[in-house]
Design a protein around this ligand. Structure first.
Ligand SMILES: [Zn+2]
Length: 327
């Protein structure tokens, strides 16, 4: 005999009410915790714990996932991976035990030692073309993968049909994709003043947050161009990490704003794709990049000497930047 059958209706009701009260309490505590975690994730900078780490993770760089039109120029052809090829590449990753991670995971791994899954890979898509929604997003969902999409927010604001709509971007974000900043207008960020950089970077960050509900903390430099001033502004506007277009798969705690990527082009066949994941084809080049890196660090140290003056102005500029957009 079922125990509940022997209870009087009023006993049943009080039992039910007690269960309901306990369930509500858990729900309230759970929501409070989730909210706290959410607020923390939105605001907290990922602090470095003082350990320098070197981690090899390929950050694949895609642009168009579509068949280029007949009259496409050489650049468009080079930047286009057909949907069929893209699917084969995702199949390769799945078959070979790769796990997609986000740039947030990589940031926490580099700065705080957060463990990563085996064979991690980051899939990045630049510019926010419409085909990211039409051709990349369904395949990523099918494989249970996540991707990072760097959008040029003005293109979405004006409803350019060649680019994602904000509705599509929000749907992708809700499905676990990262919608991140590629600035408002895709300008060259070199030799710009504070106002310009804050407008382009913080402006795009705030648009993405307003439309998707997720505040982005990652940036792809338009055409891979940056300078020491840009690097100094990024942490001030809540950017935690940024990607360049130079090739490489090794990242260090102090290269968090210069994360190298692996370019996947229209010419990349499957054997090449496999080799690129291991960065086996060009370690010599990578060494050359490191020599550049050292030169860059010397420049950066010199720049930091001037930095104090810049920071004195900066508080004022940040206040001004919180005024509503002018458009
Ligand atoms: Zn771009």
């Amino acid at each position: 005999m079922n125990m509940a059958v022997s209870l009087h209706p009023h006993q049943l009701r009080s039992k039910f009410i007690r269960a309901l009260a306990i369930a509500s309490l858990f729900l309230i505590i759970g929501s409070a915790l989730a909210l706290t975690a959410h607020v923390r994730a939105q605001t907290a900078v990922v602090e470095a714990d003082g350990t320098l780490r070197r981690i090899a993770v390929p950050l694949l760089m895609y642009h168009y996932i579509s068949t280029p039109p007949e009259d496409a120029d050489i650049y468009r052809q080079d930047l286009s991976v057909t949907p069929e090829t893209f699917r084969q590449q995702m199949q390769y990753l799945a078959d070979n035990g790769y796990h997609t991670i986000s740039l947030y995971d990589l940031t926490r791994a580099l700065r705080q030692g957060m463990p990563l899954p085996s064979d991690p890979v980051v899939l990045t898509f630049d510019d926010g073309y419409r085909d990211a929604y039409e051709n990349a997003f369904p395949v990523l969902k099918e494989f249970g993968f996540t991707g990072t999409f760097f959008v040029i927010t003005t293109r979405l604001d004006v409803g350019d049909p060649a680019y994602l709509s904000w509705t599509q971007a929000a749907e992708m974000a809700a499905a676990g994709m990262s919608i991140e900043s590629h600035t408002k207008d895709h300008p060259n960020l070199r030799e710009r003043d504070n106002d310009f950089l804050i407008y382009q970077i913080l402006g795009s960050v705030e648009s993405i947050e307003a439309h998707t509900g997720h505040r982005p903390h990652m940036l792809a430099y338009p055409s891979g161009r940056w300078d020491a001033h840009v690097l100094a502004v990024l942490p001030e506007v809540g950017i935690w990490a940024a990607v360049v277009t130079e090739g490489g798969i090794e990242h260090t705690t102090d290269s968090i704003y210069l994360l190298r990527r692996v370019r996947i082009s229209g010419e990349t066949d499957l054997p090449m794709f496999a080799a690129l994941l291991g960065w086996e084809w060009d370690r010599a080049d990578n060494t050359a990049y490191r020599a550049d890196d050292t030169a860059y660090r010397a420049d950066n140290a010199a720049y930091r000497a001037d930095d104090i003056t810049y920071r004195a102005d900066d508080g004022l500029l940040l206040q001004e930047s919180h005024q509503p957009d002018e458009e």
